[in-house]
Structure formats: structure tokens, C-alpha cells
Ligand binder design. Structure first.
Ligand SMILES: *Cc1c(COP(=O)(O)O)cnc(C)c1O
Length: 434
């Protein structure tokens, strides 16, 4: 494929000018289609999500035993109305948000306190299950709590798991793999926080640090893992297992909405705002939501103004063949979970018919909203996890159809926070900007 220069792209796609200028922008995806039509363009389907969901159910007895903080072995988070935060947004942006505002609290997910407790843990469990089946270790009871026994740990001790991560994926993979008994290595980029490295090392995880960014850590981790047949590399950019682990969230949220008597149909649309790094987490969740709730759920990805890799990748259709650096952006952001310069092509292509759009957020906005949410609702998220919070403002100001209905529900995906040490959180809260 021929590679256009920046000025050629700017001529073709004028919105990119504002992206280059690091302004907060909203891009509407012209390729979004009905779910049924979109499904014809991917090999992924409901069957894959059901398979993942069933597998998590099989593992629940194990997780309940190994992680008593799970709800009977189910890794799920609350769906919380945040009316006080809605008023804060209305005041700060001088707009009306006629619908409801909900927060999906993945900050409170058990085991690793972020959205990565969905996909990351799922992929490790699936790998462990495959090894156990291949070794004919599962007894006839098929009770998965036996994964928490010495024979299983001895098997897994002969195997390795590796991952490249900006932090939270490393935490999920590291904690889960170490618990099962695997040798696990986390390849971390320079922007990963020290406390994450310390925490992982305290659990017996091997942490390798790189001075380069995320893509470099992944590349190096992949290269080392490929040379070792006993090593399973969790590929954040290409893994369908990760994607499906995230996608299970769709049916779970559908059930939570039903419990709260919230309807999703043409007259009651649902807008969902998902912070996006490489794309697997928000992509998987959005895919699951589209399949569970249909055409009237509208999903948008949120990215930092310095790292809008998915927006650029989808807008140009070049996916992983372009990076934010090609547009003069430095990929430097306090939202460490979103500090990704090149998006996953697998996710970008899969999401093409399903995604309503992408928008960007300034770092300073993340800190301002972090404080507002803590003050108004006493909910504490990490900076990355606030990227979804300007979603309602973006879609209403941009006059997206049905965004300002009184029966519209806005769902902000709060992707992480509970693992952040108190002193670090205090610094976020007191962040005054420069
Ligand atoms: C990883 C992460 C995301 C984005 O997930 P991707 O799969 O990288 O797109 C968002 N928020 C937080 C807190 C994360 O850790």
C-alpha cells in the first residue's frame, strides 16, 4: 500500500488538522452499519462469546477458591448511576445532558482492579485449561477448583507466559499466571509505573524494563517468547482470546441494565464511552455490547490528544501502518493505559462496521474530571479511566442523532483505579497541571 505524506492526509481528511494540533475532537465513523451486516464482515461471532462465557463459568469454582474477593468466582463490576457527576459535567461544559449517566466500575474489578481483569485473566485461564486437558490432568469430576492443587501447579511450573504491557495488562497476566504456578515474564515500557513493577515482583513475576515505548516492549517480548516453545505470549495486538474475554462484558452489562429497568431500543438508545489504548479492551467490550444489545447501542472510543492511534488508524484505514508519530504527535500522556502510538489492526478492522466513532481528550481534562468524580461521587479512577467521561459532552455538542434524548443512557466505562496506591492517587487528585 502506498504511504501518503502527512500533508496528503490532511488534504483528504481535514479533521486530521485538529488532531495534529492536539485539539479535543470527535470523529464519526462513516463505515458503521447494522449489526447483522457488520457480522458478515468478521469471522468472529456470538458462538465465540458464548464459548468464552462458558469457560469463565467452568473456572468460577477455581477463582472463588484462589481469589476470595471475587463474587463466587465471577469477575464482574458494578454499574453505578452517577447523577452528581452528571451535574458537574453540565456545569463545567454549560450543557444539558437530558439522559441518565452511568459508570461501569471496572476500577473495582476483583483480582487486578482494571478492565484487563477481563481479557487478560481469561486468556491465562484458557491457556491453563488447554495444558491441563492435553496432559489429561482434569479428573472426571471436572471440578475446576482442582486447578488450585499442587499437581496442577507442578504442570504449570514447566510452562512460561510472557506479555508486553504499559502496566495493567502486565498486572492481570502476572497476578493470574503466578497464582496458577506459571513462570511469568512481563516486558514493561518506560512509561510503566514503578509501583506496578514492585507489586509484580512481590508476587514472583519476572519484570523486564525497556527504555522505549509500549510497542518496543511488545516486540521484544514477542521475539523472546517465539524462541521458546514452552512459552505462551499474550499478544495484546492480535489475540482473539483477549478480545473474547473482554466481549463477555456485553451480556453481563445487558443483564445489569435489565436489573435496573433500563431499556435499550430505538426510543431508548445507549451510548457507551470506552478508553482506548491498543484497542483490545474497548474493542472486545464494544463487540460484546453490539451483539448483546443490538443496533441501538452506540460505542465510542476515547483517546488522549497525544496518542489517538485508533482514531488515526481507522480514519485513514491504515490501522497499524500508521502511528501517531507520523502526524507529529509524541505519544506522551499521563494516561499510561492509553499511551499507545500504533493501534491493533485486528481490532481496528474488526470494529470498522460496529464503532460509532472516536474522540480525544486532553490530559488536563482527565485530571480535572478525576477530581470532580472523587469529590462528587467518592469514586476514584486512574487518569486513563476518565477518558470516557467527556463522551456525553462530545456527542451532545456534536449533535449525534439521539444523543440528547431524555430517554438516552450514557455509559462511561471506568477502566481502572483500585490498584493505584493511595499516595499516587493523592498526587493525581492534587494534579494542578502546568
Ligand atoms: C488497557 C487499558 C485501557 C485500554 O485498553 P486497550 O486494550 O489497551 O485498548 C483503558 N484503560 C485502562 C485503565 C487500561 O489499563
Amino acid at each position: 500500500m502506498n504511504k501518503k505524506t502527512q500533508s496528503e492526509w490532511l488534504e483528504k481528511l481535514p479533521l486530521l488538522q485538529s488532531v495534529v494540533e492536539q485539539k479535543e475532537v470527535l470523529w464519526c465513523n462513516p463505515s458503521v452499519e447494522w449489526v447483522a451486516a457488520g457480522l458478515l464482515k468478521t469471522h468472529l461471532s456470538k458462538v465465540d462469546i458464548v464459548d468464552a462465557s462458558d469457560r469463565l463459568e467452568r473456572f468460577a469454582p477455581y477463582l472463588a477458591k484462589a481469589f476470595p474477593d471475587t463474587d463466587k468466582g465471577v469477575i464482574e463490576s458494578p454499574l453505578t448511576p452517577i447523577p452528581k457527576m452528571k451535574r458537574e459535567l453540565e456545569t463545567a461544559y454549560a450543557i444539558q445532558i437530558p439522559g441518565k449517566l452511568l459508570l461501569k466500575q471496572d476500577n473495582a474489578l476483583p483480582i487486578s482492579g482494571s478492565i484487563k481483569a477481563r481479557g487478560g485473566i481469561y486468556e491465562v485461564l484458557k491457556h491453563a485449561e488447554t495444558l491441563a486437558i492435553n496432559s489429561q490432568l482434569l479428573d472426571s469430576t471436572k471440578d475446576y477448583s482442582q486447578f488450585d492443587t499442587p499437581v496442577f501447579r507442578e504442570l504449570f511450573a514447566k510452562h512460561k507466559i510472557a506479555v508486553g504491557s504499559t502496566g495493567n495488562l502486565g498486572l492481570s497476566i502476572g497476578i493470574m499466571s503466578a497464582k496458577l504456578g506459571f513462570h511469568v515474564t512481563v516486558h514493561m515500557s518506560a512509561d510503566a509505573k514503578q509501583w506496578k513493577k514492585d507489586l509484580l515482583r512481590s508476587k514472583g513475576v519476572h519484570v523486564v524494563e525497556y527504555i522505549d515505548d509500549y510497542s518496543k516492549a511488545v516486540e521484544e517480548g514477542r521475539r523472546q517468547a517465539e524462541a521458546d516453545p514452552s512459552c505462551h505470549f499474550v499478544d495484546d495486538e492480535n489475540s482473539t482470546d483477549l478480545f473474547m474475554g473482554y466481549a463477555v462484558a456485553g451480556e453481563r452489562v445487558a443483564a445489569q441494565l435489565k436489573e435496573q429497568n433500563i431499556i435499550v431500543d430505538e426510543a431508548h438508545p445507549l451510548f457507551v464511552y470506552l478508553p482506548c489504548g491498543v484497542g483490545g479492551g474497548p474493542g472486545g467490550v464494544a463487540f460484546g455490547l453490539k451483539l448483546a444489545l443490538g443496533d441501538h447501542v452506540h460505542c465510542l472510543f476515547a483517546e488522549p490528544t497525544h496518542s489517538p492511534c485508533m482514531m488515526i488508524g481507522m480514519m485513514t484505514g491504515m490501522h497499524d501502518q500508521v502511528s501517531v508519530a507520523d502526524f507529529g504527535l509524541d505519544n506522551k500522556t499521563a494516561a499510561d493505559g492509553l499511551a499507545v502510538g500504533t493501534a491493533s489492526a485486528f481490532v481496528g478492522k474488526t470494529m470498522e462496521p460496529f464503532l460509532t466513532g472516536c474522540y480525544t481528550v486532553e490530559d488536563q481534562t482527565l485530571f480535572t474530571l478525576l477530581k470532580k468524580l472523587a469529590d462528587s461521587e467518592d469514586i476514584w479512577l486512574e487518569p486513563s479511566a476518565l477518558a470516557g467521561m467527556t463522551g456525553p459532552v462530545q456527542v451532545i455538542q456534536s449533535k449525534l442523532p439521539s444523543a440528547d434524548f431524555k430517554n438516552t443512557t450514557h455509559l462511561v466505562w471506568g477502566t481502572g483505579g483500585n490498584m493505584v496506591p493511595a499516595d499516587e492517587m493523592k498526587r493525581y487528585y492534587n494534579h494542578t497541571g502546568k
